[in-house]
Write a protein that binds this ligand. Sequence first.
Ligand code: ADE
Ligand code: ZN
Length: 340
Amino acid sequence: MTATTRFIEGLPKAELHLHIEGTLEPEQMFALADRNGVALPYGSVEDLRGAYDFDNLQGFLDLYYQGMRVLLEEQDFYDLTWAYLERVAKQSVLHTEIFFDPQAHTARGVAFSTVIDGLDRALRDGEARLGISSNLIMCFLRHLDQDDAMKTLGQALDHKDRIVAVGLDSSELGHPPAKFKEVFARARNAGFLAVAHAGEEGPAEYVWQALNELRVVRIDHGNRSLDDAALVRRLAAAKTPLTVCPLSNLKLAVVKDMTRHPLKDMIRRGLFVTVNSDDPAYFGGYINENYQAVQEALGLTRTQLAAVARNSFEASFLSADEKQALIARLDDYVGREGAA
Ligand code: ADE
Ligand code: ZN
């Protein structure tokens, strides 16, 4: 292991773009399929992993929704979340903000409360036993209509104390943020913060819509913002965080090659960036592998890596005091380990 890999491993950080259903590893998928009597169209873990070769976002989403059919009981959602927390506890993740896709479960007959009870119980155990704090972000599936999102928001109101924000994910092209203007307004009025995937495959115009129509406080991905100089100026001036996901971008052909990943360009142009894993079971790495991949391909310095980690705490939905406490741990670490 190189000294830089070790530096990344121990670097205190927050994860802000993580779909819990995207942490379902093939081994766990097979185990849950067995436990729940669900048939999988793959003979083995190796066959399934072999299918993880995507041309674009939709190719991935088709397998992502298929895979999550094994999640049926509260304990399944607990086990999924606990497995993720145990992994990232070893990657110096101190805080995580987790997306979940309730519509992908309620459409299969799984109750909203089954999903959130399992997630929440694991997150509370994660805080108590692993020292990882967390927030939940409920995403609306943008390939469905706004009425379905409204129904889901209604279900979420019964669990309001356990959800910090609403988000927007799934197939981006052809489903602009403006399609969800009313449901986001209602969610914000109910006290939820708002984020949205935008500019992953979709144009810079979708990022503008997320900002202006949905009033989001973070942009998930945001790569295509770089096509629009006025948008870059707006994002930089407002310090709007972008939750960038390098290995996801590579696996979904948003970038051709990691050496061409725009992260360094984003930093140079003044954008407030964080590094995250998106769907680590499908994209070949958890958060530290994402830090490692951009470090190697783009030659990021320890100072730049530490700045990205600092951004992750700053951009989180923690209180000012909580942020300060975690940043103090980061500063301590960099003081000890920061010299190259
Ligand atoms: N759902 C899970 N991962 C996603 C991604 N990268 N983009 C859009 N929707 C998603
Ligand atoms: Zn995502």
